[in-house]
Design a protein around this ligand. Structure first.
Ligand SMILES: [Zn+2]
Length: 309
């Protein structure tokens, strides 16, 4: 891999790469952008470039350091993610990392700390981090990755150099799905339009597609039996995708009913009304106001109402 392997983020890559080439890495960066658009990849690429034995403008990807980082076992590159089945990053994890980087880097260059989900730091953990950013340990760069900057401590954000990542173009996602992930063109086209610019969402959609199709095909046939026995997914992300796919399918049916009203299984007005209800539901869910269980139940009810069950 190299900088060129990061697709669709020329501005972000140029910014980070320029700091690396001029040997002017900041003590902390805040990578802001949706999930699945290249933040993690960019962080890893920068970490490799820093430790690489033969760096030119970026990492060689072949030396022992690059290979260790690719395997996630380099002693100077520390990943911080939520542990132990919880969604937050605890203060103990942060303390442990700060203890490690207070020592000299193992190989003598620079320690890189990648916090994947900076908005997941607990208040305690964030405050402990803040102290480190106020007096950064030398030879350390913190890379704070987040899709929800509003939930990060503003004092942390203000001490980091912000790098913005954009949602990926649908056409780019489609190409990557076909060329790098061996997906069929038809599916790639469809999924890329539903993925909100996120490659990871697109991949998850591909993976769950058979299940989505089986249920949503019933809309076309005007039946509801599978929705009655549908078991609500427990994971937030899966449920969010169900909402996206449902909204998109309702739009399709609404459009089809304009072209051929007599053949459409559901009336256009009812589809549009239901789509709006689901969009509202999605927004509340995104703002974490409702539990997955409740959202799943409401989603199923919306569908069953449409079928008059
Ligand atoms: Zn290398």
């Amino acid at each position: 891999m190299a900088w060129t392997s990061i697709l669709g983020q020329p501005t972000a890559v140029r910014m980070v790469q320029a700091d690396f080439i001029r040997d002017r890495l900041a003590a902390a960066y805040l990578f802001v952008g949706p999930e699945g658009v290249g933040k993690r990849l960019t962080a890893t690429e920068l970490a490799k470039a820093v430790s690489c034995e033969r760096p030119l403008e970026g990492a060689c990807d072949e030396c022992a350091h690059c290979r260790r980082i690719n395997r996630g076992v380099h002693p100077d590159v520390h990943g911080v993610v939520p542990q132990g089945g919880v969604s937050t990053i605890a203060i103990d994890q942060v303390r442990w990392i700060l203890g490690r980087v207070s020592l000299r880097p193992f190989f003598g260059r620079r320690s890189m700390v990648i916090v994947d989900g900076a908005h997941r730091l607990t208040d305690e953990a964030a405050n402990s981090f803040l102290k480190a950013l106020e007096e950064p340990p030398g030879q350390t760069t913190f890379l704070l990755l987040t899709s929800q900057p509003a939930r990060c401590l503003p004092t942390i954000a203000s001490r980091a150099r912000t790098v913005r990542f954009r949602p990926l173009e649908a056409g780019l996602i489609e190409e990557v799905l076909v060329t790098r992930h061996n997906q069929k063109r038809d599916l790639a086209t469809l999924v890329s339009l539903l993925a909100h610019g996120s490659l990871s969402q697109a991949l998850a959609l591909c993976e769950g597609w058979q299940a989505y199709e089986a249920l949503l095909a019933q809309v076309a046939a005007g039946q509801a039996s599978a929705w009655i026995s549908w078991s609500v997914p427990k994971e937030r992300e899966t449920l969010m995708r169900w909402l996206d796919v449902s909204i998109a399918r309702l739009r399709d049916v609404a459009v089809a009913s304009i072209a051929q009203p007599s053949l459409a299984p559901l009336s256009r007005e009812r589809c549009i009304e239901a789509a709006f209800r689901m969009m509202e539901l999605r927004r509340s869910f995104e703002e974490q106001m409702l539990s997955p269980r409740l959202v799943g139940t409401l989603l199923r009810e919306s569908w069953l109402n449409l079928f008059n069950v």
